[in-house]
Design a protein around this ligand. Structure first.
Ligand SMILES: [Zn+2]
Length: 197
């Protein structure tokens, strides 16, 4: 840990080389890859795709840019604290967090490893692409109608327990607002579905 922290410090001031800087950034990505999502601890915040950018500034501070999974996600403060704590534990003294709202997080940013971990945890990963903001750009009432129509669609989701497609939605909101609650009609198990955004 001490050596790594020294590496970050060495990468910071005037003497830094591009190679030292990029290895410091890679090290920080690796540390963040070990920070679990507070809501779904089997997936890291990096696999979830919410860490957008990592930089080591000239003053030695780490600038971390994160994008919430949806606006107003209550877990974001917990995630911000977890990032700061993790980097402090590795000897990074100064951590600056930046929230980037746009472009909005999409489930496309979730890694394949992340989707596999979700499934192993009994949460069905996002089943399809539903992102379409063309209606939003048009603005107004038509856009709102298009969005609400889209949100009302319940996609066919395979059961994470038995793989059956014979499932039905029980509630638009599961254990967190990011998820919907489904029930498998074959194995009878309820499960969370991580909604597409
Ligand atoms: Zn099932």
């Amino acid at each position: 840990m001490k050596a790594a922290a020294t590496m970050i410090a060495a990468a910071a001031p005037a003497a830094r080389s591009a190679a030292a800087l990029s290895s410091a950034v890679a090290q920080i990505w690796a540390w963040l890859g070990a920070v679990p999502d507070p809501e779904i601890p089997v997936i890291s915040i990096v696999d979830l795709g919410i860490v957008r950018d990592v930089r080591v500034a000239a003053d030695g501070a780490c600038d971390i840019t994160i994008t919430p999974t949806y606006s107003g996600c209550p877990a974001m403060q917990v995630i911000a604290d977890a990032i700061t704590d993790a980097l402090h534990a590795h000897g990074v003294v100064q951590v600056r967090l930046h929230n980037q709202i746009s472009p909005a997080w999409t489930t496309d940013w979730m890694s394949e490893a992340g989707k596999a971990a979700l499934k192993g945890y009994g949460i069905a990963p996002p089943a399809q692409q539903v992102i379409d903001i063309s209606g939003l750009r048009a603005g107004g009432r038509a856009a709102a109608a298009a969005v609400s129509r889209r949100a009302a669609l319940a996609p066919t989701v395979a059961c994470p327990h038995c793989g059956s497609q014979h499932t039905e939605i029980t509630s638009q909101f599961g254990s967190t607002p990011c998820k919907a609650l489904y029930k498998c009609l074959d194995c009878r198990e309820p499960f969370d579905y991580f909604k597409c955004h």
